[in-house]
Design a protein around this ligand. Structure first.
Ligand code: SF4
Ligand code: SF4
Ligand code: SF4
Length: 255
C-alpha cells in the first residue's frame, strides 16, 4: 500500500476536494493510505511517504521551506492545480503594490507575510508529475491514481482546449459568434466545459507552455482586442492563471 501525503499551500482547497472524492472509490482506497493531510494532520511533522500531492502556490519563506522539506521526504511529487503548477489566480497580484493588495483583502494586513511575486511549486522544487486545472479534473486524478498503483503513469497530452472542443463537435463561440475565448492558448483537460455552455474559455487550466511564443501570444491578443476586449482585461486574463508561464513566453525564454 502506498503512503500518501496531501499538502496545501496558498489555495482555495478546490483541488484537495477532488482528492477526497477520489478516495471514495474502493479500488483507490485499497491501494493508498493517506498519512498526512494539511487540513487534518500537521504535515510539518511529516515522515517519509511514497507520494505527495501539493496544492497551492508559495506565498512566503515559510511555505518555501516547507515544500523543500516535503520534497526531501517524498518518493514522488505531484503538483495539483493551476496554483501549484503555474501560480494560479494568485498571479493577479503580481505587478501591484503588495501592501495595497494586503490592505484590500485583510482587516489586519500587518500580520500577513507574503511575497509580492507568486511562486508555483514547480519554481522551487523538482516535481515528478503535474495535473493542472482550477480545480483539477477529478477523472484526471483518479486515472493517475489507478495507473500509478500499477507502476505506470498517464500519457501526457499536449494540446489546447480547442482540441477538446473540436472532438466534442461544439460550435466555436469565437468564430461563430465573436465571443472572446482563450481556448487556443489554454492547456486542455477540462473537456471544453465553457464552450459547451456557449461561453468563452477564460483560461483556468493555465496558459499553454509547450508551443507558444511571444509572436503568437501578441497576435492572439490583437484578435481579442478586435473582438472588443479592453487591453487591460486581455492582459489580466493572460496573466491571471499562469503569470510565470506568460512572462517567460513574453521574455522569449523557456516557460
Ligand atoms: S487551482 Fe483553483 S481550485 Fe485548485 S486550489 Fe488553486 S484556486 Fe483552488
Ligand atoms: S470555442 Fe474556444 S475552445 Fe472551442 S474551438 Fe473555438 S476558440 Fe477553441
Ligand atoms: S473552458 Fe477554459 S475556463 Fe472553462 S473550465 Fe475549461 S480551461 Fe477553464
Amino acid at each position: 500500500m502506498y503512503r500518501v501525503a496531501v499538502v496545501k499551500l496558498t489555495s482555495c482547497s478546490g483541488c484537495i476536494n477532488e482528492i477526497v472524492y477520489a478516495f471514495t472509490f474502493s479500488d483507490i482506497v485499497s491501494k493508498y493510505r493517506i498519512e498526512y493531510f494539511t487540513e487534518l494532520v500537521d504535515v510539518e511533522e511529516m515522515g517519509g511517504v511514497d507520494i505527495v500531492f501539493i496544492e497551492g502556490s508559495i506565498s512566503n519563506k515559510h511555505q518555501e521551506e516547507l515544500v523543500k522539506s516535503v520534497r526531501a521526504k517524498a518518493g514522488f511529487v505531484v503538483a495539483i492545480g493551476t496554483c501549484a503548477v503555474m501560480g494560479g489566480v494568485q498571479s493577479l497580484r503580481v505587478g501591484s503594490d503588495v501592501n495595497d493588495v494586503k490592505k484590500a483583502v485583510y482587516a489586519e494586513p500587518q500580520y500577513i507575510e507574503v511575497y509580492s511575486d507568486v511562486k508555483p511549486v514547480t519554481d522551487v522544487i523538482k516535481v515528478d508529475f503535474v495535473i493542472p486545472g482550477c480545480p483539477i479534473n477529478g477523472s484526471a486524478l483518479t486515472s493517475f491514481l489507478r495507473k500509478y498503483a500499477f507502476g505506470g503513469l498517464p500519457i501526457a497530452v499536449h494540446e489546447s482546449v480547442c482540441a477538446e472542443c473540436k472532438r466534442r463537435g461544439l460550435e466555436c463561440v469565437l468564430v461563430a459568434r465573436g465571443v472572446p475565448c482563450l481556448g487556443p492558448v489554454t492547456v486542455s483537460g477540462c473537456g471544453a466545459i465553457c464552450p459547451s455552455f456557449g461561453r468563452g474559455c477564460y483560461g483556468c487550466y493555465g496558459i499553454k507552455y509547450f508551443d507558444l511564443n511571444r509572436e503568437k501570444l501578441e497576435a492572439f491578443s490583437r484578435r481579442l482586442a478586435e473582438l472588443g476586449m479592453d487591453r487591460d482585461d486581455i492582459d489580466a486574463l493572460l496573466k491571471g492563471y499562469g503569470f510565470k508561464v506568460y512572462s517567460a513566453i513574453m521574455r522569449g525564454g523557456e516557460a
